[in-house]
Design a protein around this ligand. Structure first.
Ligand SMILES: C[S@@+](CC[C@H](N)C(=O)[O-])C[C@H]1O[C@@H](n2cnc3c(N)ncnc32)[C@H](O)[C@@H]1O
Length: 240
């Protein structure tokens, strides 16, 4: 059995997401703009890029490489066609994040919006361990009603099979997963949507290891704040 996302037409997904009653395409676009701008990185990877909503905010002065990862080849073809201006920077990769994570390249930032719901915490965690990003910025959907997690719309039947791969997300579950692999929470922000749903953006940063804290004492670049965080986490008092 193939993954249900491989059978969902991009038009159906985007038309559903941009309905007034759903309003997620517009909200996600604004969030993506901030995600691209917020961190001092020059490589980014988007898990579950769909049609590339938000890619117009990629600055080619800031980014040398932006990877778009998705399981659906047609989505990736549409992204390449839509963002020809990002030629040389944007690289689209057809990867199943559950079963093929060993082929994912490294990147300093991972953006994972509304995709952990479809791969689960365990596969997400394993993919992050492969990519080894410094920063991870995620958006998950919080539903007050567990049974109707897809909003009502004329396109609803396009999503009938998503039940097979859907995991209900929770703030604490995601934080715990990331903390177990050495990431600390940086920020949490909530965006209310129609229909009793909300989007939660949670950003993480990789914790520094003892040796990195120690070495950074001798570095020209002196990250006081990061060292204080590492001291707090690892209880290191003897450094500096
Ligand atoms: C709900 S859409 C989110 C799209 C976009 N990030 C956004 O915020 O609008 C989920 C995306 O994840 C992709 N996806 C789902 N399961 C996947 C998997 N196992 N591996 C790679 N991509 C997957 C889907 O094809 C789809 O493009």
């Amino acid at each position: 059995m193939n993954n249900p996302w491989e059978d969902i037409k991009l038009d159906d997904y985007e038309n559903h997401m941009s309905l007034d009653s759903v309003k997620q395409l517009q909200t996600m676009n604004a969030i993506m703009k901030e995600q691209f701008e917020d961190y001092p990185v020059d490589t980014a990877m988007i898990f579950g890029i769909a049609g590339g909503n938000g890619l117009e905010h990629v600055s080619t002065e800031k980014y040398s490489k932006v990877y778009g990862v998705d399981i659906n080849k047609d989505y990736l073809n549409a992204v390449s066609e839509r963002y020809k201006n990002l030629f040389g920077v944007l690289e689209c990769l057809q990867i199943d994040l559950i079963n093929e994570k060993e082929i994912i390249p490294k990147s300093q930032l991972v953006i994972a919006n509304l995709v952990i719901e479809y791969i689960g915490y365990q596969a997400f965690r394993d993919a992050i361990l492969r990519v080894k990003p410094e920063y991870v910025s995620c958006v998950i959907q919080i539903n007050k009603d567990d049974h109707n997690w897809v909003s009502d719309s004329p396109y609803l039947h396009a999503f009938d099979r998503l039940d097979e791969v859907h995991f209900q997300m929770e703030e604490q579950g995601l934080k715990k997963t990331m903390e177990e692999i050495g990431y600390q929470v940086l920020t949490v922000e909530s965006y209310d949507l129609p229909n009793g749903k909300a989007l939660l953006r949670i950003d993480f940063k990789k914790k520094m290891k003892y040796e990195e804290v120690y070495l950074s004492e001798f570095s020209d670049v002196f990250y006081v704040e990061e060292k204080n965080v590492a001291r707090y986490i690892y209880g290191i008092d003897e450094v500096g």
